[in-house]
Design a protein around this ligand. Structure first.
Ligand code: UD1
Length: 422
């Protein structure tokens, strides 16, 4: 398995390109299952999670072609030959559950393996299933698989989510586009990826209103057509690279970045003493002067502070002046990066969903272990700021969510290289 070796302590300067959003792409790709006409996605990120979704869609009979070095995905589902999403593919990635809603809506039956647990928490799919049941699906859980059918087609209905779920909102939204009548999704997720999905579905002929608010209304149509859609900018990659000059010092412009994608995050950066300016090129980020200040952070559904930036923010706060309290409200076990950061000299106390970080003047390089996607990149950020060498081991998670990380950061002046595993 590959590792990333960093020699820390250098300021970063320059421009860094931000890719299309992994999480948006992972829900836009299954939208192909709703139509027998081609769907073309541009600005797709080149990541192993996208390759996993490609494998899954191909296993169902969809055609998926990566063009222009993978930045354009040409998808077509004119001939779905299989309706079973197998465990061996689904277990690799939780987002695989997103094929259930579209397949059920168009084909009226689908069998999808349960994704199972995941390192950052239990992450059940009950909300996905409840939403599809509210649209008339008949579901049975057998042998680790969801067996779903809707013999007369799905029917519009009211789906009231007891808690905000990005994936369940996406599954229900896609399913409702082909359901008979009107569907109302209440307490829906408002993430930019949901807005992006709704815009793509509308291009395919869906009738949707209210995306980006708590209530999304969908008027079902008989069929959807083809479309070409540009994947929205990845706000998590954006936030991650905004933290790079924040932690090392320097000035970096994240190309294509927009404040509306990272509003709550920018407020916390401002409080910590990091300046963010929206320019024509993107977001220009610089550390104002001296050490950053401690800030308290609570993760929340959008537009709140994203859980997917909590680990990276913690890396920054490890070097802040004062004590910061981070509260993780979305996932119950998302502080696995804390013990690794402590190996680098950070002072962190974790109690349940709360981590208290007492900033130290300087982190020290050390060998550390990447435990999940965002934890991996938080260790890279810490390594950029640390004195000496940091070896981040087991980085396969990183390749799920960040393309060419060492090249992108290297271009800003970081001393960072990939060390091939045996
Ligand atoms: C998506 C993102 C992930 C991000 C998360 C929260 C993708 C591919 N992944 O994950 O990067 O961290 O949103 O912003 O887009 N829950 C249930 N039952 C369900 C579904 C969810 O209890 O059926 C719980 C989860 O365990 C979690 C919370 O709801 O505690 C929010 O999860 P959800 O918004 O569904 O996250 P994902 O869509 O899996």
């Amino acid at each position: 398995m590959d590792s990333i070796l960093i020699k820390g302590g250098r300021e970063l300067h320059g421009d860094i390109p931000i890719a299309g959003a992994k999480n948006a792409c992972l829900t836009l790709m299954p939208a192909t299952l709703l139509s027998d006409e081609p769907l073309t996605l541009t600005n797709a990120p080149r990541l192993s999670d996208i390759a996993t979704m490609t494998t899954l869609l191909r296993s169902l009979g969809a055609e998926v072609q990566g063009l222009q070095d993978g930045q354009v995905l040409a998808l077509s589902s004119h001939n779905l030959v299989n309706h079973v999403a197998e465990y061996d593919i689904v277990r690799k990635m939780r987002a695989s559950i997103l094929v259930l809603g579209p397949m059920l809506a168009r084909e009226r039956h689908a069998v999808v393996s349960l994704p199972g647990g995941c390192a950052i928490g239990a992450r059940p799919v009950d909300l996905h299933l409840q939403a599809l049941e509210a649209l008339g699906a008949e579901l049975e859980l057998r042998d680790g698989y969801v067996h779903a059918k809707a013999p007369g087609g799905l029917k519009g209905g009211i789906v009231e989510f007891p808690l905000v779920s990005v994936g369940a909102t996406e599954n229900a939204l896609m399913a409702a586009t082909l359901a008979k009548g009107t569907t109302e999704l209440r307490n829906a997720a408002r993430e930019p990826e949901i807005v992006d999905l709704a815009q793509c579905l509308r291009r395919m002929g869906a009738q949707i209103e209210g995306e980006g608010t708590e209530t999304i209304t969908i008027q079902g149509v008989d069929r959807l057509g083809g479309a070409t859609h540009r994947v929205v900018t990845d706000r998590i990659e954006l936030g991650t690279y905004m933290l790079a000059p924040a932690i090392t010092g320097g000035e970096v412009t994240c190309l294509g970045g927009r404040i509306d994608l990272v509003g709550a995050f920018c407020e916390k950066l401002d409080a910590a003493g990091i300046s963010v300016e929206e320019t024509e090129k993107g977001l220009k980020v610089a550390r104002r002067n001296g050490r950053v200040s401690a800030v308290d952070v609570t993760t929340e559904p959008f537009p709140g502070f994203p859980t997917d930036l909590q680990a990276q923010m913690m890396a920054l706060l490890c070097t802040a002046e004062g004590r910061s309290v981070l509260e993780e409200k979305i996932f119950e076990n998302r502080f696995m990066h804390a013990p690794e950061l402590m190996r680098m000299g950070a002072k962190i106390d974790v109690h349940g969903g709360t981590a208290t970080v007492t900033g130290v003047e300087r982190l020290k390089g050390a060998p550390v272990m990447a435990t999940d996607l965002r934890a991996s990149v938080s260790l890279i950020l810490a390594g950029l700021a640390a004195e000496g060498e940091t070896m981040v081991n087991r980085v396969y998670h990183l390749d799920r969510g960040y393309e060419r990380v060492e090249e992108k950061l290297g271009n800003l002046g970081a001393r960072i290289e990939r060390v091939a595993g045996i």
